[in-house]
Design a protein around this ligand. Structure first.
Ligand SMILES: *Cc1c(COP(=O)(O)O)cnc(C)c1O
Length: 231
């Protein structure tokens, strides 16, 4: 094993232990918390090393960075999640190369992804990105808009509604991180009352996973703690 692969294996293991520790602290079953490894800017060899260490789901933000990796690692059975900003002229690549898209926040994108998802593939798993901080420059739908977006996804035969994703305003303070995540959770629970089949609340990154676990996250998106600082 190369030194890079060895280091990665250790970081993955310590991340999993940290998740288990926080789960125990907040009385949660760690099996209900998935780890998405965010591999943006990292080479395919490191993704393969993480895969060899038992990590099966990866998140990417930039299509030009992701597509060569997805091609290089075809046949591995990796589950790819698109977690970057969606430009409407790039939806075809998302619809044909990814298993999940977590950053859907407008109807036009929903229609395009539904039309472009190939019949030969499983429906594309969709999370609606919600913006709970009212930061107008930021991506994500307002909580008020979620119902209509969820209806649009539910009516799209090539898409499968799975839940909600959020990137709350950055804070170093546990209590304010937790308050933001609680607002995301409220959106998720309101949606789940209408769509009981949804199962994914994607929130929490390297710097705020403890607060996210405290507030019920079922999917953590972790980059830096696993792969180190971005290139
Ligand atoms: C980069 C990124 C992450 C991972 O962030 P880290 O702080 O490196 O863990 C998670 N989610 C999204 C949407 C990202 O863009």
């Amino acid at each position: 094993m190369t030194p890079d692969a060895e280091r990665l294996r250790k970081k993955l293991e310590s991340t999993r232990l940290e998740i288990a520790r926080h789960a125990a602290e907040f009385g949660r079953d760690p099996a209900g918390i998935r780890l998405l490894a965010v591999s943006k800017t990292k080479p395919a060899e490191l993704v393969r090393a993480a895969l060899d260490a038992g990590q099966d789901a990866f998140g990417e933000n930039y299509l030009q960075d992701a597509l060569p990796k997805i091609e290089a690692l075809a046949e591995t059975g990796i589950e790819w999640h698109f977690i970057g900003a969606i430009q409407s002229n790039k939806t075809r690549d998302i619809a044909t190369c990814f298993d999940w898209v977590q950053t859907v926040d407008r109807e036009k994108i929903i229609r395009r992804l539904d039309t472009q998802r190939p019949e030969s593939m499983e429906p594309l798993n969709v999370l609606l990105q919600v913006n709970v901080d009212d930061e107008t420059q930021k991506a994500g739908a307002s909580p008020d808009a979620l119902d209509a977006l969820a209806d649009a996804v539910a009516d799209a035969p090539r898409l499968r509604l799975r839940g909600v994703m959020a990137i709350p305003k950055h804070s170093e303070d546990f209590a304010s991180q937790r308050a933001s995540f609680a607002r995301v959770r409220a959106c998720y629970e309101a949606l789940q009352a209408r769509f009981p089949q949804i199962d994914t609340l994607s929130m929490g990154m390297s710097g705020d996973l403890r607060a996210a676990i405290a507030e019920g996250s079922t999917m953590l998106r972790i980059g830096t703690s696993i792969f180190g600082p971005r290139d």
